[in-house]
Design a protein around this ligand. Structure first.
Ligand SMILES: *Cc1c(COP(=O)(O)O)cnc(C)c1O
Length: 375
């Protein structure tokens, strides 16, 4: 796409002109707006943004400007962040385990939807105004995503049914929510969950107000961009098949898929040895997800004057900048044999769980985010 070419050209020329010594995020507001528009136009229901994927104020502002007004927040700090940028934002507090002080904060911030996955946590919500939505978080043994979100949160179907009844008995409004696991490319994961949600609601004798199909929508990692429209269509079809004509309204809460394309990460090579490469960033910084999600291959390497490095790949251990010996990528990475000190690594699709996970360990957390001109 022309647009992409303009963007990578302006990223390359910005790097050549500025020669940043520290890692830099390159923010592409146009890409963010395009992705938000695709979700808003394509998803058959309400689109909320899961703030944890990238809580940078510039990103949240970009989403608000693109028309996103509903946010999945997991902590009082995220509530304050979103309210500060968009005072009229609709807040969904979908972290199913909360301290009592956090429940009070959620009430103070006016969260309109809350999730639960166990009776003890539902009991803590007794002070919610009647008529508030409480979504029971369902879990199934579904494979498909890169890692399983059911491993921490969620009620098995039997328990979920009991919770739905209890929500209704408390005068609250019952919904179901789930998360198929992050970076999930398979529409069948959503279909299994939607079928199970319908069975749980029917056997509990509860009519669902809404069905929140979570996040988990895949971002582009290598190759082609994933077909989100096929997932949206599968979700709508499954809702209609399993709930019939009078099914619940749909909500989704993507994090990764909304923000991944909006940021590139530019790194530098600090030193090259025959067996190892030292980068100015690593697993304590912008490459934190490399450990859990596997290698990133949307990567271009070039010299400070722009000359591409394309020599045959030579597998080398890649260390980050801190003095901790754990600060290395889990597997050797094949990097061009002509790689040299000062070279740039420009990685695309780094908007999700990258900036959000940067630590200040050993003094390496500070980094800037540069806005790329429109393509
Ligand atoms: C993290 C999270 C999301 C977003 O997940 P992605 O895989 O980034 O889309 C959505 N909902 C909840 C409850 C989450 O915890």
């Amino acid at each position: 796409m022309n647009h992409d070419r303009t963007l990578t050209t302006s990223a390359d020329s910005w790097l050549r002109a500025n020669l940043p010594d520290a890692p830099v995020f390159l923010f592409c507001p146009d890409r963010l707006a395009e992705t938000a528009a695709a979700f808003l136009a394509g998803f058959p229901g309400t689109v909320s943004y899961a703030v944890k994927a990238n809580p940078d104020p510039a990103l949240v502002e970009g989403l608000v400007a693109a028309g996103i007004t509903v946010f999945d927040v997991a902590s009082p700090a995220e509530m304050a962040l979103v309210r500060g940028i968009c005072p009229e934002a609709v807040l969904h507090y979908h972290n199913p385990v909360r301290s009592r002080d956090e429940v009070a904060e959620g009430l103070r911030f006016g969260c309109v939807s809350w999730s639960v996955d166990r009776a003890g946590e539902l009991a803590k919500l007794a002070a919610l105004p009647r008529g508030t939505e409480v979504a029971v978080r369902l879990k199934l043994p579904v494979a498909g995503a890169v890692y399983d979100f059911g491993a921490k949160f969620g009620a098995a179907p039997g328990e979920a049914g009991l919770l739905l009844r209890e929500v209704a008995a408390m005068g609250l409004v019952p919904s179901v929510t789930f998360h198929p696991g992050t970076q999930c490319p398979d529409p069948a994961a959503w279909e299994s969950y939607i079928a199970a949600a319908a069975r749980v609601a029917a056997s509990a004798g509860v009519r669902l107000h809404r069905l929140n199909v979570g996040g988990g929508f895949p971002a582009r990692r290598g190759g082609e961009a994933p077909d989100l429209r096929a997932i949206f269509a599968a979700i709508e079809r499954a809702r209609d098949v399993h709930f019939g004509a009078d099914g619940p309204d749909l909500v989704c809460e993507p994090g990764r898929a909304l923000c991944a394309e909006a940021l590139m990460l530019a790194l530098r090579v600090k030193a090259v040895a025959p067996e190892a490469v030292f980068l100015n960033d690593g697993i304590y910084g912008g490459l934190a997800e490399w450990r859990d999600m596997g290698p990133l291959d949307r990567l271009r390497i070039f010299a400070p004057d722009g000359t591409p490095r394309s020599g045959a790949g030579l597998p080398r251990v890649v260390f980050g900048p801190t003095c901790d010996s754990l600060d290395r990528l889990p597997e050797p990475v094949a990097l061009p044999e002509d790689l040299a000190e000062g070279d740039f690594l420009l990685i695309e699709g780094m908007g999700a769980y990258s900036r959000a996970l940067v630590t200040g360990f050993n003094g390496y957390g500070a980094r800037s985010m540069v806005r790329m001109p429109a393509g």
